[in-house]
Design a protein around this ligand. Structure first.
Ligand code: RP5
Length: 159
């Protein structure tokens, strides 16, 4: 039987798939089950809100939301759930993702989104940050994170 997803990754468009692959790679590396969906705060507003409201009941523990442009996806989700929401601002053609960054990070008081950096590094860090949240109640995961960080150090020192 397939494992129930612990994490939901939502992206505003299928054009975000290449970047969000970085998130998937890390979650797979750590053995975290996830569901990936294309849902937009603007193009599928009702469906996005419905998903956010139901995520807790589905057993989701963390939501990662990546969007570009006027990127309200993470904020819209955060407005409709008490689960932690991590935002990934996607790079954009005209403003290079500054637009996505500002609209993801600048949330009003009381409704936080953990905003990562723009693009692939942010997508990767979203997954690592997500694993860090989950590891607070999972000793094995915490051990895996220690090994991951140690390997990062070793790779740098080797250079
Ligand atoms: C956002 O608009 C998406 O997250 C994407 O980054 C951006 C462009 O989407 P497409 O026009 O490529 O579908 O909603």
């Amino acid at each position: 039987m397939a494992k129930k997803p612990q994490v939901a990754i939502l992206i505003g468009s299928s054009s975000d798939l290449d970047v969000i692959k970085e998130t998937e790679n890390i979650l797979n590396e750590f053995g975290i089950s996830y569901v990936l969906k294309v849902l937009s705060a603007h193009r599928t507003a009702d469906e996005t809100i419905k998903f956010a409201k139901n995520a807790d009941k589905l057993g989701i523990k963390v939501i990662i939301a990546g969007a570009g442009g006027s990127a309200h996806l993470a904020g819209t989700i955060a407005a409709h759930t008490t689960l932690p929401v991590i935002g990934v601002p996607m790079e954009t053609q005209h403003l290079k993702g500054i637009d996505s960054l500002f609209s993801t990070v600048q949330m009003p008081s009381g409704v936080p989104v953990g905003c990562m950096s723009i693009g692939k590094a942010g997508a990767k860090n979203a997954a690592i940050f997500c694993v860090q949240i989950l590891s607070a109640s999972d000793k094995k995961l915490k051990e895996k994170l220690k090994v991951y960080k140690d390997n990062l150090k070793k790779a740098v020192l080797k250079k």
